[in-house]
Design a protein around this ligand. Sequence first.
Ligand SMILES: [Zn+2]
Length: 348
Amino acid sequence: MIAYADYLQLLPKTELHCHFVSTMNAATFLEFAAKHGVELWGSDPDTLFDFADLPDFLVAFRLAHDVLREPEDFERVAWEGVRDAVAQGNLRYREYFVNPQYFAARGLGYLEVMEPIIAGLAAAERDFGVGFRIVAAINRRDSAASAVDMVREVIAHPLPEVVGIGQDDLTPENTEDPLRFAAAYELAAAHGLKRTAHVGETDHATPDAVRQAIETLGCHRLDHGYRIVDDPEIVELARERGIAFTTTPVSTTICSGWTLDPAHRIRAMIDAGLRVTVSTDDAMFFRTDLGREYREGLAAMGVDAGTAKTIALNGVDAAFCDDAQKARLRADFRAQFAALDALLEPAG
Ligand SMILES: [Zn+2]
């Protein structure tokens, strides 16, 4: 028999919301920083990943891109990230945000970044059976015109693995401001790219940011979205459109100061009938992993086994891969669920 925490850790999982540099492990990160002579924001490994809030974390997140310089750096991070997530949380499929604008600022072209990442993830797919797609992330700290240029790069260099656009960072004013990037989303839509956006996460965000991402940016799915629970009309809109949400439980304790308990906004989103999925966002920086998000995050929010399985399957439904791959994932998940259900200790 297995305890509920182990059951949650062993459930097969997708991850639809992680930023590529954040899938690095701390040892590789420190090794690459030393190799390339990158001075980090601190040197004590015990406190290196202590952040006061979201803007404080973002300073470190930007700098972390600096330690990836050579093709073999990208390939190794890609491969190791899959190896680690399989061991920590039974990862079966993952989508990555890659921000070409950060790397362009460091002199690396679009394909110089994407090709070695894809090579590393393809090697990991052969070794661990974990499929993947990539979502090009708009750097919100950069201008709206720069976002349009980035989408033009994606369109000019079509890669079957790069299927959509999303976002990272915050605007220079530390806001979400989804409408600032409307032209980039319009261009992406015209070329058949999938769309997602980070909205409804920050302290000053309103549910209206969620509405704008759905109605104006035409997003198929949303990252975070927690403020939606403050407006029943927008909850209804998201439910009607079948919008999925990539929530990241542990990051909310650091970036928003929330407690993981049954009153958490993610639990309210689940109870409201929204299509919730669970991811790590920035695993290295938040000292989390996909297993922990389920084992500690879902358990602390009082999520039961049936709902945890629904969340895992929501991650398949909301993925940006093709239907054949989704069908294979669903069959794999259902078989693993049956085996785990048979082992689960009865509650109480
Ligand atoms: Zn994110």
